[in-house]
Design a protein around this ligand. Structure first.
Ligand code: SF4
Ligand code: SF4
Length: 368
C-alpha cells in the first residue's frame, strides 16, 4: 500500500514538473552518493583549484539527509538551455565567445523561481512534509542524483547526458521527506568507444569520466580569481566566459526526434553569443552591469572579463592586424589605475605578440 502511495505521489510530482516546463524530471532516493570516495580523492588531489566551496559542507554534499533531516527522496529536474547547431552558430571575427548556458537569462533565477513554486504546491498537497529547493549553489551533488534519478548517464566529458536529448541541461533538485517511487532503471553508458570530447578539449583537461578543473577553460575564465598561467592562453582561443567544446563535439547533442520534443526553455533563448573584445577592454563598471543584466555572467568581475578578453585578443592578433585593439592592450599594460591582473595579462599578451612576430620575421625567406 505504501509503495502504491509513493507511486501515486511520484506521478503527481512529474505532472507538476511538466506543468512548470521542466524538460526532464525523476526521483532518486535520499542516500549517500555512490562515488563519494572518488569525490574526496579528487578534492585531495587539488583538482578543484580555487573552488574551495566544494570542500565545505562535504557531509551534506555526500548525503542529502545531512541537509534535511529525515529526507527520503530527491526530486531531480532539468531545463534544456540550448539546441543543436546551427541555431547557436558561434560568433566570429573580433568576438569573444560565451558558453551557451550564459547566453540567456540567469538559470539560477529561472529555475529557483519554479522550484519554489513546486515546493509550495507540493507542501499544500502533501501536508506535513518538508521540501528544500537547490540550484547549483547548494552543497548537493546534482549530477549524481540526476543520474540515479534516471535523467541521463555521466559521459566521458563528465556531463550528464540524456542520450536522446543531449547534455545542454541545467539541473535543480528538491530534497524532501516525502517518500516517492524512485526510477529503478538508470541509463547504461552510451559513450562506447567514442573519445571525441577527450580529443577535442583544447587544454587536455579531460581523462575519461574525470576533469582536472585547474586545466579547464571554464574554470580559468569563470572561477579563477588571479592571473591565468600563460601555458593556457593559446588553448583558450576566443572563449571569454566558459567553454562548450566538449559538448559541441558530442554526438548526443545533435538533433533527434526527442530533442525536438524537449524544447529549450524560453528564458534561455540566446540574447547574444559573445562580445566585441575591444568593447570589453573599454568597459567601465556600469557598462559591465548593463551588459550582464539578468545574466549568469555576473559571476565574472570587471577585471576578470578584461583579463579574459585580453587573452582572446592576443589569440586574435596572432592571426589578424587590428591597430585599435593592439593600442588598447598597450594602454592597459601601462595604466597604473587598472587591476594588477589586467595590467600583467596585457604585458604577457604584448610580449607573446612581439615574440611571435619576431619568429615570423625569422622564418621569412631572405633575399640577397
Ligand atoms: S569545458 Fe572546454 S576546456 Fe573544459 S573540459 Fe570541456 S573542452 Fe576542455
Ligand atoms: S563526445 Fe563521445 S565520449 Fe565524449 S561524452 Fe559524448 S559520447 Fe561520450
Amino acid at each position: 500500500m505504501e509503495d502504491h502511495a509513493a507511486g501515486v505521489a511520484a506521478r503527481r510530482v512529474f505532472d507538476r514538473c511538466a506543468e512548470l516546463g521542466f524538460a526532464l524530471s525523476g526521483v532518486a532516493s535520499a542516500e549517500t552518493i555512490e562515488h563519494h570516495r572518488e569525490l574526496i580523492a579528487w578534492l585531495e588531489a587539488g583538482r578543484h583549484g580555487q573552488m574551495e566551496y566544494l570542500e565545505s559542507h562535504l557531509a551534506q554534499r555526500i548525503d542529502p539527509r545531512k541537509k534535511l533531516l529525515g529526507a527520503q527522496s530527491v526530486i531531480c529536474v532539468a531545463d534544456r538551455y540550448a539546441a543543436s547547431e546551427p541555431e547557436m552558430q558561434a560568433p566570429r571575427g573580433r568576438t569573444g565567445r560565451i558558453a551557451r548556458y550564459a547566453r540567456g537569462d540567469d538559470y539560477h533565477r529561472v529555475m529557483k523561481r519554479r522550484l519554489h513554486e513546486l515546493c509550495d504546491a507540493l507542501a499544500c498537497e502533501f501536508n506535513g512534509h518538508e521540501f528544500v529547493a537547490c540550484v547549483d549553489t547548494a552543497p548537493v551533488l546534482e549530477r549524481e542524483h540526476a543520474r540515479r534519478a534516471g535523467l541521463g548517464y555521466v559521459g566521458k566529458n563528465t556531463m550528464l547526458i540524456e542520450p536522446g536529448v543531449g547534455s545542454y541541461l541545467l539541473l535543480g533538485e528538491i530534497i524532501t521527506t516525502l517518500p516517492l517511487e524512485t526510477n529503478s532503471q538508470p541509463y547504461d553508458d552510451h559513450c562506447g568507444s567514442c573519445t571525441r570530447c577527450l580529443d577535442a578539449c583544447p587544454t587536455g583537461a579531460l581523462t575519461p569520466w574525470s576533469l582536472d578543473a585547474t586545466e579547464c577553460i571554464s574554470y580559468h575564465t569563470i572561477e579563477l580569481r588571479g592571473l591565468i598561467d600563460e601555458r593556457w592562453h593559446a588553448g583558450i582561443g576566443d572563449w571569454i566566459f566558459g567553454c562548450d567544446v566538449c559538448q559541441e563535439v558530442c554526438p548526443h547533442n545533435g538533433d533527434t526526434p526527442r530533442t525536438l520534443a524537449a524544447p529549450v526553455h524560453e528564458a534561455y533563448r540566446p540574447r547574444r553569443g559573445g562580445f566585441d573584445l575591444l568593447e570589453i577592454l573599454n568597459w567601465s563598471q556600469d557598462d559591465r552591469l548593463a551588459a550582464f543584466t539578468r545574466s549568469a555572467m555576473k559571476r565574472a568581475k570587471l577585471w576578470m572579463m578584461k583579463r579574459n578578453a585580453l587573452i582572446a585578443a592576443g589569440n586574435y592578433l596572432v592571426r589578424r592586424r587590428d591597430p585599435d585593439l593592439l593600442n588598447r592592450i598597450a594602454q592597459l599594460a601601462a595604466d597604473a589605475a587598472e587591476h594588477e591582473v589586467v595590467r600583467e595579462t596585457a604585458r604577457q599578451v604584448l610580449q607573446k605578440l612581439k615574440s611571435s612576430s619576431r619568429e615570423e620575421h625569422d622564418d621569412a625567406p631572405r633575399s640577397g
